[in-house]
Design a protein around this ligand. Structure first.
Ligand code: SAM
Length: 321
């Protein structure tokens, strides 16, 4: 059962209607989009598989983008109570997080050095671990109290070798110079897609909220740029719908950092955004595959010199043994 709605409104706000007008040309699709946010559903519980085949749960037919290391759970199942979860063989998350994480398996970062810049509670870090088995995974979460949940999840799922840091992206960039094969920026955002799961996200359509988030996202992206190795990638993702936090942030990034270019993700071709000429990909809630998401992968030219990561330059708050 749905938990909460946008301020228990019965009519969409003017700012939600304006957003829908920017996103969709057709009134049918606008109405379907608004309806999915005003009349939320439960979301689609999914799991990342980290161990042997799971015997105690039933799964649904997966959407085409679901990575092979994940499953969508059948109605009525409670994966968080399963013995596999207890043994650290499962990580539970909403399926739409996996729309964005599905890009990891396609990236040139297998066995490489992966940095997750906005990591708590750990869903994308664990997905990157499942997809890429990195040589080293650095999970950063700037808000120190949020690292407890992140550490607990990494420890339970035996994500190793990995470390957790709690640094501002500016300070992390000073320590990680041009040497990460993949930098994940699962950015803090206005959280508009949460409404589709019945989770309140106050003020999420307000221009001040969107503007504040877009500014913060660009700052995080700018610091991420310095961490990416030549030939490496930055995977930018959000769980919101506004253009300023998504396509416009990527366009800004590519103008500011011309050694990067956005790359196509073939398995998401039918989800390509028509709101930009860049290869950006969106999941919308009214299509029934999850509450929503946005992802764009930006690759750095290989023609520069790779830096060397010195693990002693970071003081982790946790290290996998
Ligand atoms: N990647 C996580 C996952 O999949 O479980 C979810 C990340 S959540 C969308 C965004 C995270 O960014 C939050 O944990 C938040 O604390 C963090 N954050 C907030 N402000 C930040 C900033 N200025 N720089 C970096 N991260 C920030």
């Amino acid at each position: 059962m749905a938990k909460r709605r946008e301020g228990a409104r019965t009519e969409p706000s003017a700012s939600l209607i304006r957003l829908a007008e920017k996103l969709f040309e057709g009134s049918d699709e606008r109405e379907a989009f608004i309806g999915s946010l005003m009349r939320p559903s439960e979301g689609k519980p999914a799991v990342i598989l980290l161990g042997p085949p799971v015997g105690s749960l039933r799964f649904q037919t997966p959407p085409i983008w679901l990575p092979e290391f994940a499953r969508v759970v059948a109605d009525g199942e409670r994966p968080g109570k399963s013995p596999e979860h207890e043994r650290g063989e499962l990580y539970c998350l909403d399926a739409s997080s996996l729309f964005c994480a599905s890009v990891f398996s396609t990236l040139p970062a297998q066995g490489g050095f992966v940095v997750d810049l906005c990591a708590a509670p750990g869903g994308k870090s664990i997905a990157a671990f499942a997809a890429l088995r990195p040589r080293f995974l650095l999970c950063n979460e700037v808000i120190r109290k949020r690292t407890a949940q992140l550490i607990s999840n990494l420890r339970r799922c035996r994500v190793s070798p990995s470390v957790v840091t709690s640094l501002d992206p500016r300070d992390l960039e000073l320590r990680i110079r041009s040497c990460a094969d993949l930098v994940i920026v699962d950015a803090p955002c206005s959280g508009q897609s949460l409404l589709a799961r019945g989770i309140a996200s106050p003020g999420c359509f307000h221009s001040a909220t969107v503007g504040m988030n877009a500014k913060r996202q660009r700052r995080i992206l700018a610091h991420a740029s310095g961490m990416v190795a030549p030939g490496g990638v930055c995977a930018y993702m959000t769980c919101t719908f506004s253009l300023d936090e998504n396509e416009r942030s990527c366009e800004w990034f590519l103008r500011k950092f011309p050694s990067f270019s956005a790359i196509e993700i073939p398995h998401l071709a039918s989800y390509r955004s028509n709101l930009t000429t860049l290869p950006c990909y969106r999941l919308f809630p009214h299509n029934g595959e999850g509450s929503g998401g946005f992802v764009c992968v930006m690759k750095r030219s290989a023609e520069e010199e790779r830096g060397v990561f010195d693990p002693d330059s970071v003081t982790p708050v946790w290290t996998s043994s």
